[in-house]
Design a protein around this ligand. Sequence first.
Ligand code: FUB
Length: 337
Amino acid sequence: MSEENKIDFNDLQKKAVSHPLVTDKFTADPSAHVFDGKIYIYPSHDIDAGIPFNDNGDHFGMRDYHVYSMNSPDDLKAMDLGKILDIDDVPWAKRQMWAPDIAKKDNKYYFFFPAKDKDDIFRIGVATSNSPIGPFIPEPKYIEGSYSIDPAVFDDNGEFYMYFGGIWGGQLQKYRKNKYNINNDLLSDKESAFGPIVAKMSADMKSFDSEPKEILILDEKGNPLLAGDNKRRYFEGPWVHKFNNKYYLSYSTGDTHYICYAIGENPLGPFHYIGRILEPVIGWTTHHSICEFKGRWFLFYHDSSLSKGVTHLRCMKVVEIFYDRNGHISTVYPYRK
Ligand code: FUB
């Protein structure tokens, strides 16, 4: 949905299946986790950096991160527990702190975040804390071999995998087999689409233990989704969770504005495309995480309803999701008819 001027936002609020969890700041890309029985959310902190819209996403000029908590996803708001990281504290980062994630290992918390380095190349950094609310101390350098955006770190029984990557502004199209070339670009419609990249994390969670590898997402015939299949192919915002012993990879389709998912037997893939989790929201981007709380499952996502449709001023929301007997997730329609 991008016809911002034609939308009746009051009517939309009435029809929305969920409401902004935070109203005094703009928040987006919520990564939700349960630590010690409590929900913690790590979103992007959207600001108006005064930069006009372009396809590189330069208008997403974020400079810091806050952490939020909820006692229950049924609560109507999330509590701001304060700032946990500022771009001025990260020696390698120049601009654009985009969608982050966090992982807990051995009672330490590792906060992962993308930002552009001094050469305007997206990299992924890590900051460490003894508490989910910080203070987080950033490493002086970005994770070696990291690139592009949207890190999501999945804990598979003590083995940690980072999924990352996004095309267009996320720069993934500039890479082939982990190598950057400024002349590389988007693939033609009949080529296999870019997949998210996965790397196993080392024991100290500050480096990759394996060469990053591209994940395959297969269609119903077992063929890779094609780059021209915009309604199903990967664009950005990967998230992996496990349900009934299967791995679910969910992601945004970017320019077609869906959150879709695929199921696999292995955290490294391949994954088989299943369908949509979330239909388009108000605003250009859609980005999510999935989190289990007390036996129920929740989709954390965002839309631009709080800013009345401004693409880069978003608000995070949460809605319960349900699986059918085949383990398929029912599609969420964010606004009732
Ligand atoms: O928030 C900036 C970017 O917008 C994220 O990294 C993408 O996933 C999209 O939500």
